[in-house]
Design a protein around this ligand. Sequence first.
Ligand SMILES: NC(=O)c1ccc[n+]([C@@H]2O[C@H](COP(=O)([O-])OP(=O)(O)OC[C@H]3O[C@@H](n4cnc5c(N)ncnc54)[C@H](OP(=O)(O)O)[C@@H]3O)[C@@H](O)[C@H]2O)c1
Length: 272
Amino acid sequence: MDTFKLNTGNEIPVIGFGTWEIKSDELAKQMVLVALEAGYRLIDTARIYGNERGVGEAIRESGIPREEIFVTTKLWNDDQGYDHTLRACQESLQRLGLDYLDLYLIHWPATGKRHESWRAFEKLYADGTIKAAGVSNYTVEHLQELQSQSDLKPAVDQVEFHPFIYEQQKAVLDYCQSQDILLEAYSPINRLSSVSSQPVHVIAERLGKTPQQVVLRWCVQHHTVPLPRSTSPDHTRSNFQIFDFELTEEDMRTLNSLSDGERVTWDPAGMG
Ligand SMILES: NC(=O)c1ccc[n+]([C@@H]2O[C@H](COP(=O)([O-])OP(=O)(O)OC[C@H]3O[C@@H](n4cnc5c(N)ncnc54)[C@H](OP(=O)(O)O)[C@@H]3O)[C@@H](O)[C@H]2O)c1
């Protein structure tokens, strides 16, 4: 499995399996087992997805050693604040049936309590409950605010990232890369379900790959970690087949130029 290095020194797989909208524990368990069988070693969940139990069951049933799987979950907005964060982390661990997380993220910078929550992340990181502390949906301004208040730099910022939003997200990508914060790309292929983009199809046909594989490869070549989600075993397996081809610089430029700025989720600018 190809990996990137986090600023903690730990390795993170270059692609992960996302579980948003996989609402039942049973389906999450089924799909995470498919993903692990297909070769994924990073699973991305969140308290608010309501499937941590199913994710944990799949990890145990897979028979793969715990240390070979990189597990991420997220702190939901209602749980922010110092004490609440410590409790929410324990509750997530209980639901997952794990005794540590590879990565814990503040899901949104949505409340005035994010500084208190980050203080709890510092404690969780210091005592080894979480191997890396990170954030999600943080803009450059949110990251700068956090860095002015804490010596613990986030290892990761997980944001919406795909060709259709490249221009809008370039500032946060550049900032993270300048600060050794890894960008994770959420909703990497969601827009492909609604936009039929000719340039993506032309590149995919030339390479004999699917449009989804091309966009996932684009994310990895930007040194970001895409987190595709699927409830189809075939899609899950095919989305992982991105290691046998490379996009040219021209392909990268073509895909970079597709931005229309439309988001799958919400714009965090101005939040908090
Ligand atoms: N931190 C945050 O705030 C945040 C927000 C959003 C998402 N995320 C994370 O990022 C993950 C991915 O984002 P996302 O859930 O928006 O999904 P996505 O992976 O970008 O898109 C999922 C959609 O693409 C379809 N799809 C997947 N593979 C396909 C293929 N090979 N061919 C055709 N269609 C395909 C899926 O349908 P099928 O099921 O039919 O394959 C589904 O409709 C989430 O699951 C979550 O873990 C985080």
